[in-house]
Design a protein. Structure first.
Length: 644
C-alpha cells in the first residue's frame, strides 16, 4: 500500500495501476483524495498520504508525508481520529491556519509496517502472543486455547493490515529460524512465483550467431574480480594501454528482463538482492543472476559496455561510448588473487593470463592516480566491515574484518568512472544522490568529538573541517572510530529523478550503472541509455514514466534490504552471547549519549553491547565487560563493565 500511495502522491499513469489496486484507486477518486488529469492519477492538493509518528510531547503527532520532500505535518491529538504510531492515513491539510503545516486525519488506511513477527512467550504462568520487537501484545484475535496448543517460542508472520496470522515460522530455539524472522518482517522471500519462472524458461544459453547486431568483444581479454564467494558477476574489465582506453562490461540484464512482465514486476518488488553471511536472496531467479546474466569465465555473455578513452595527464575521460556487446571473460579472479599479483606473489599459468597480469598492473597505476584525484574533492572514510562465518546450523563461529585492499580500490574506481559517464548522459532519470549533512547533525558530531578532546576548527568548507578532524584522529590512532561517527552524521544516500550531486564522493553527477543483477536502479539506467542511444524518445519517456515514484520506492527497498542484513547479524551475535553469559570480553565504548553502548572487540567482533551499570568510560575507551543477559527475542546483549 505504501508504494501505491507514494506513486499516487507523485502521479501514476492509469495503465500502470495493477488489477490488485484498481478498486482502491477508484475508491480514492470517488472520495476526492486523488484526481485524474488526462490519463494520470494525482493527489488532490488538499490531501496528503503518509504515516503517523507520535510526538514525545503527547500533544499530538506528525505525518511523514509520502512522495514529497516536504516537512512533516503536525496533527493535534483531537485531530488524530484514533490513528496511532505507525498507521498509514489520509490527512486533510489546514490551508489557512497560521503556524507550522498542520492537518487532520480523514481515514486510517492500514499500518506502515505491513508485516511483523509475533512470538508466544510465557508471562505470569500464562502464554501470550506478543510482537517480537516490542514484546507487547499483538492485535491478532486468537483464543487462549489456541495459544496453549503451541510451544513457548513459536513464531508467526503477521499481516498487520488484517491483524491475522499468515504462517508459522518455527521456534526461536532453532537458530535457522533467524533467517525466516528477518525476511518475514518485510515479506521478503527466496522463492519465485510460477509465472516468473515460466518467463525465465524461454531463455537459452548465449548463441553468438543470433546476436550479430552486437559489437563482438570476445577476442578482448576481459576478466572479473570479485569476492571468493561471489556467484553473480555483474562486471568485467579490460585495459587497452596503447589506446589508454578502459572497457567496463556490465551484465546485460535488460536484454532478458523486459518492462512490465512478471519477471520485471518481481524484480521491481524486490529492488535489491539481499546478502546474508551464508547465502543470498536474489533480485532475479538464480538461472539469470548466477548463470545467464552472470559474466562467467570462458563463456559467451551479453554485456552492456562503456568504452572510455582517458587523458592520462588530466585523468579525465576524453570521450566515451556505451553499446551492447558480447564478451568472453578469460579469467575469474577473486580479490585475494589480484592482491597477490600486485604483491608479486602470483605467477601466470598461461599466455592469456600473463597478458591480463600485465594490463592489470598498468591499470592499477591509472586507478591509483584516479583515486588520488578523487579524494581531493571527495572523502576517504575508513570503518570496519564485519563478515561472519557460520556453521551448518547457522551458529556464529567467527568474525573477520573486511579490509579494503588494492584490488578492491582498482575495481571501485573503474566502476565509479562508468557510473559517472552514465549519469552524464541524461538530465532526468535515476541519479544516486548524497546531500550535504545538516547543520544540526554536524553540530551533534562536533559536540561529541569535542568531549574526547578533538579540537573542532570550522574551516571554509565542510570537507576541510572534516579532514582536519580526520587528521587529529589519525594522530591519536582512532581514525576508524571517528570515521564511523562521521559517516553516521551524513545524510543517507538515495535515488532521485533529478541530479543533486554526490557529497561523499565529491561528484557533480552520479548514478548506479554497474550492478543490474542485484539492483533495480541500474537496470532502469540501462533501459534509458539504450533508448537514448537508439534515439527513441518515446521509449525513453516510457522508461521515465513514474520515475519519481520509482526512485522513492527503490530508496525504501534499499533501506529494507540493509535492515534485513543488519538484523540477521544482530540475531547471530545474540545467540552467540547467550552461550557465553557470565564470561568477560574486551570491548570499546561506541556511544555515551542517551545510553552507554560498546562494540565487542575480542575474538568475536562487532556486536552491539548495552551497558547496564554506571560507568565513567569515555567514547572509544577500551573496557572489559561481562555478559549478564541476552534478550534473544529482540536480539539485545546486556553487559556490565568490570574493568575500564
Amino acid at each position: 500500500m505504501k508504494h501505491l500511495l507514494t506513486k499516487l502522491a507523485i502521479g501514476l499513469y492509469e495503465q500502470d495501476v495493477s488489477d490488485l489496486y484498481r478498486p482502491v484507486v477508484h475508491e480514492f477518486l470517488q472520495k476526492g483524495y486523488i484526481k485524474k488529469d488526462a490519463d494520470v492519477y494525482k493527489l488532490s492538493s488538499r490531501y496528503r498520504f503518509g504515516s503517523i509518528t507520535l510526538s514525545n510531547s503527547k500533544n499530538g503527532a506528525y505525518l511523514h508525508v509520502y512522495g514529497e520532500s516536504v516537512k512533516d505535518i503536525f496533527i493535534s491529538t483531537e485531530d488524530l481520529a484514533g490513528a496511532t504510531d505507525g498507521d498509514i492515513v489520509v490527512v486533510q491539510r489546514y490551508i489557512a491556519k497560521k503556524g507550522p503545516a498542520s492537518g487532520k486525519v480523514i481515514e486510517i488506511i492500514g499500518r506502515e509496517e505491513s508485516y511483523s513477527v509475533a512470538v508466544i512467550i510465557e508471562k505470569e504462568n500464562e502464554k501470550r502472543l506478543v510482537d517480537i520487537r516490542t514484546l507487547h501484545p499483538t492485535g491478532v484475535e486468537i483464543t487462549r486455547e489456541t495459544i496453549k496448543s503451541y510451544e513457548t517460542g513459536t513464531l508467526f508472520q503477521i499481516n498487520n493490515q488484517t491483524n491475522s496470522i499468515m504462517k508459522e515460522l518455527g521456534n526461536i530455539a532453532n537458530p535457522k529460524v533467524d533467517e525466516k524472522i528477518v525476511l518475514a518482517q518485510f515479506n521478503k522471500h527466496d522463492e519465485f512465483e510460477e509465472d516468473v519462472l515460466e518467463e525465465v524458461k524461454q531463455f537459452s544459453e548465449v548463441d553468438a550467431s543470433k546476436h550479430k547486431d552486437r559489437k563482438d568483444l570476445r577476442p578482448l581479454p576481459f576478466c572479473t574480480i570479485d569476492p571468493v564467494t561471489a556467484k553473480d558477476f555483474d562486471d568485467a574489465i579490460y585495459w587497452d594501454e596503447q589506446r589508454s582506453t578502459l572497457y567496463v562490461a556490465i551484465a546485460d540484464v535488460s536484454h532478458y528482463v523486459k518492462p512490465f512482465g512478471a519477471l520485471d514486476n518481481e524484480a521491481m518488488y524486490r529492488g535489491f538482492s539481499i546478502y546474508l553471511p551464508h547465502r543470498s536472496i536474489p533480485m532475479l531467479p538464480r538461472i539469470l543472476s548466477e548463470n545467464l546474466c552472470s559474466l562467467q569465465p570462458v563463456a559467451d555473455r551479453l554485456a552492456y559496455v562503456f568504452e572510455m578513452k582517458l587523458d592520462l595527464k588530466s585523468l579525465e575521460v576524453k570521450h566515451s561510448k556505451v553499446y551492447e556487446a558480447i564478451i568472453h571473460s578469460k579469467r575469474r579472479f577473486n580479490y585475494d588473487e589480484v592482491d597477490a599479483l600486485f604483491a608479486g606473489e602470483l605467477k601466470a599459468q598461461n599466455e592469456t593470463e600473463a597478458g591480463i597480469f600485465i594490463y592489470l598492473k598498468k591499470l592499477k597505476t591509472v586507478t591509483d592516480k584516479l583515486r588520488e584525484k578523487r579524494l581531493q574533492v571527495g572523502f576517504d572514510f575508513r570503518s570496519d566491515e564485519i563478515s561472519m562465518t557460520l556453521d551448518e546450523d547457522t551458529n556464529l563461529i567467527a568474525t573477520t574484518i573486511e579490509e579494503q585492499t588494492p584490488s578492491h580500490a582498482l575495481i571501485e574506481d573503474c566502476m565509479l568512472l562508468a557510473n559517472k559517464e552514465a549519469a552524464a548522459r541524461y538530465d532526468r532519470g535515476v541519479f544516486r544522490v548524497h546531500e550535504e549533512p545538516s547543520q544540526a547533525k554536524l553540530q551533534a558530531l562536533y559536540q561529541e568529538l569535542s568531549a574526547i578532546g578533538i579540537n573542532i576548527e570550522i574551516k571554509e568548507s565542510i570537507k576541510e573541517t572534516i579532514e582536519d578532524i580526520q587528521r587529529q584522529a589519525r594522530e591519536r590512532g582512532i581514525e576508524k572510530d571517528v570515521d564511523t561517527l562521521i559517516i553516521r552524521s551524513q545524510m543517507q544516500a538515495r535515488y532521485a529523478p533529478v541530479n543533486l550531486g554526490h557529497f561523499g564522493l565529491g561528484f557533480e553527477r552520479y548514478t548506479h550503472f554497474t550492478s543490474p543483477i542485484r539492483r533495480y536502479a541500474d537496470l532502469t539506467v540501462h533501459r534509458q541509455l539504450k533508448a537514448i542511444a537508439k534515439g527513441k524518445k518515446e521509449e525513453e519517456s516510457y522508461v521515465l514514466r513514474n520515475i519519481e515514484a520509482l526512485c522513492v520506492s527503490i530508496s525504501n527497498l534499499e533501506r529494507e534490504a540493509d535492515m534485513v542484513e543488519k538484523e540477521y547479524m544482530h540475531r547471530k551475535y545474540a545467540r552467540w552471547a547467550k552461550e557465553h553469559i557470565g564470561e568477560v570480553f574486551s570491548a570499546k565504548i561506541s556511544a555515551t549519549t542517551q545510553e552507554y553502548k560498546a562494540d565487542l572487540d575480542d575474538e568475536i567482533k562487532g556486536a552491539t553491547l548495552y551497558i547496564t551499570n554506571p560507568t565513567t568510560a569515555v567514547l572509544f575507551q577500551k573496557v572489559k565487560v561481562r555478559i549478564e543477559n541476552v534478550d534473544i527475542y529482540r536480539a539485545k546483549i546486556y553487559v556490565t563493565t568490570v574493568e575500564s
